[in-house]
Design a protein around this ligand. Structure first.
Ligand code: SAM
Length: 215
């Protein structure tokens, strides 16, 4: 993986070799950064990065890009990343509204949304990462056979997503209102928990999950 270290940036985040500051330059050619043609999977709103880091460790033949809006949490993911000898994980600090500027048409193989902010007010619905506005963006960057996996403990957000997604070019392939309730179910297979998921499972909150695709 060819990483550039941007000097002179103020914050540790911008200085980290694992944060890609000039991400717009890589749109459509992330394979040059990773120096291979492996599939690219992204997590939007990765927080401290437990989930995507574990996936990267378990799947060296897949490239992972974690996207997070806030430096305060992204810095935790960078600290963990520094300890690892892997070549398939980088981060972008950005608001996901810009996602189409970061990737080329059909460049992404899978999008993970985990415990996304609910934005409960109706007037903020378009900010939800499962809104039609966001799925319109995902339609551009996701390859035809690609899919979106979404987990949350927030039932109103999940119900909204179940109604909203079929009104886009995507359909719901599978869903559950209690992911951890049946660990033998296909939708649970290979489940990697996130930081929020662990917290909510401990509290006894059921975890909802859906998988959406266009095919
Ligand atoms: N995915 C992690 C987990 O499950 O443990 C963190 C979940 S936390 C509730 C939601 C995260 O998404 C926060 O770190 C927040 O800053 C980030 N986020 C929310 N909206 C975002 C956006 N539009 N673009 C990028 N990150 C966003």
């Amino acid at each position: 993986m060819r990483l550039r270290n941007v000097k002179g940036s103020r914050e540790a985040i911008a200085d980290s070799e694992f944060t890609i500051n000039d991400f717009k330059e890589y749109a459509g050619r992330w394979n040059e950064l990773f120096e291979n043609d492996n599939p690219i999977r992204i997590e939007i709103g990765m927080g401290k990065g437990k989930f995507i880091t574990e996936l990267a460790l378990n799947n060296p033949d897949i490239n992972y890009i974690g996207i997070e809006k806030y430096s305060s949490v992204l810095i935790r993911a960078i600290e963990k990343r520094r300890e690892l000898d892997i070549n398939n994980l980088v981060f972008i600090r950005m608001d996901a509204v810009e996602i189409e500027e970061a990737f080329g048409e059909g460049e992404v193989d899978k999008i993970y949304l985990n415990f996304s902010d609910p934005w409960p007010k109706d007037r903020h619905a378009k900010r939800r990462l499962t809104s039609r506005q966001f799925f319109e963006r995902y339609d551009h960057i996701l390859k035809n056979s690609g899919n979106v996996e979404f987990k949350t403990d927030n039932r109103p957000l999940f119900d909204f997503s179940l109604e909203e997604i079929p009104q886009t070019k995507f359909k719901i392939d599978e869903y559950t209102f209690d992911l951890h309730g049946d660990k033998s179910a296909a939708i649970y297979e290979g489940n990697v928990t996130t930081e929020y998921e662990e917290k909510f499972v401990e509290k006894g909150n059921p975890i909802c999950k859906l998988i959406a695709s266009r095919t």
